[in-house]
Design a protein around this ligand. Structure first.
Ligand code: CAA
Length: 259
């Protein structure tokens, strides 16, 4: 049962939970309550072994138009300093299971930053990504200057953040921001299929592989390679590794038990 106000939880299907942002009248602007509910839903998904992958989506027309500007307008510097939002973003950042963002329409400001928190972005041909905070006399505050530049490179990130220019799905694909473009009506379905494909693998291997991949943003190559080797070694102790290799030898599909 959906006990949330600003997000909708789908049924868990083939180990995939879909979370839909649900403030259609405000282009899914990310008010504090929406972010809080998203963090709560992810916390619950963390400890639910039935969920192996999460899809975050907006509607067919809009992903999210950023932080709720009307809410933000009420905060002075102390209010921003004491804001609980960074802790909600942290829940997303630390979430160990894969997250796929299904993006149609606007993903602006905090909406673009939310998509950038996902491990994979699948976007509709109508998707538009941007960090237009500069037009409000502010700047990105949820990773927009850090994650974006590491993903799309310096020049494009500078253009988006300093000029507030919005990019289309094609440019997002060329720059490596997104993995695939779909028809808008097929974005959620494609993201869900991909999530189910990931959910069919060994959850332990997926968790360690995600951790190692994300570590590349944080560490020098030497440290990252060492972490990768340790994770690879740990996986040698899993039953899923035995099963995966055995299944290959026996020319059958592996059945992973996440142990
Ligand atoms: N916050 C609050 N309300 C928003 C909103 C937002 N980010 N974006 C849209 N809305 C509201 C509008 O105020 C409007 O509500 P009313 O009908 O009550 O006036 C409703 O949603 C529909 O919006 P528009 O009439 O503007 O729709 P449009 O189709 O003409 O334009 C848009 C769509 C281009 C997305 C435009 O709404 C827009 O530019 N929105 C703001 C985008 C933005 O600046 N985002 C960055 C926010 S700051 C941030 O994100 C910082 C951070 O996280 C750290």
């Amino acid at each position: 049962m959906n006990t949330y106000q600003d997000i909708l939880l789908g049924e868990i299907e083939q180990s995939v939970l879909t979370i839909s942002l649900n403030r259609p009248e405000f282009h899914n602007a990310l008010c504090n309550n929406l972010l809080k509910e998203l963090a709560q839903a992810l916390d619950a998904a963390s400890s639910n072994a039935d969920i192996k992958c999460v899809v975050i989506s907006g509607s067919e027309k809009v992903f999210a138009a950023g932080a709720d500007i009307k809410e933000m307008a009420k905060l002075d510097a102390i209010g921003v300093l004491q804001d609980t939002r960074p802790q909600y973003w942290d829940t997303l950042r630390k979430f160990k299971k894969p997250i796929i963002a299904a993006v149609n329409g606007y993903a602006l400001g905090g909406g673009c930053e939310l998509a950038c928190h996902a491990d994979i972005i699948i976007a509709g041909s109508n998707a538009k990504f941007g960090q237009p905070e500069i037009n409000l006399g502010i700047m990105p505050g949820a990773g927009g200057t850090q994650r974006l530049i590491r993903t799309v490179g310096k020049s494009l990130a500078m253009k988006m953040v300093l000029a507030g220019e919005v990019i289309d799905a094609e440019t997002a694909l060329q720059s490596g921001l997104i993995a695939e473009i779909t028809q808008p009506e097929a974005t959620l379905e494609r993201a869900t299929k991909l999530a189910q494909q990931i959910a069919g693998k060994s959850a332990i291997a997926i968790q360690l592989a995600k951790q190692a991949l994300l570590e590349s943003f944080e560490t020098p190559l030497e440290t990252g390679l060492s972490l990768e080797r340790k994770a690879f070694t740990i996986l040698a102790a899993s039953e899923d590794r035995q099963e995966g290799i055995q299944a290959f030898m026996e020319k059958r599909k592996a059945v992973f038990k996440d142990v």
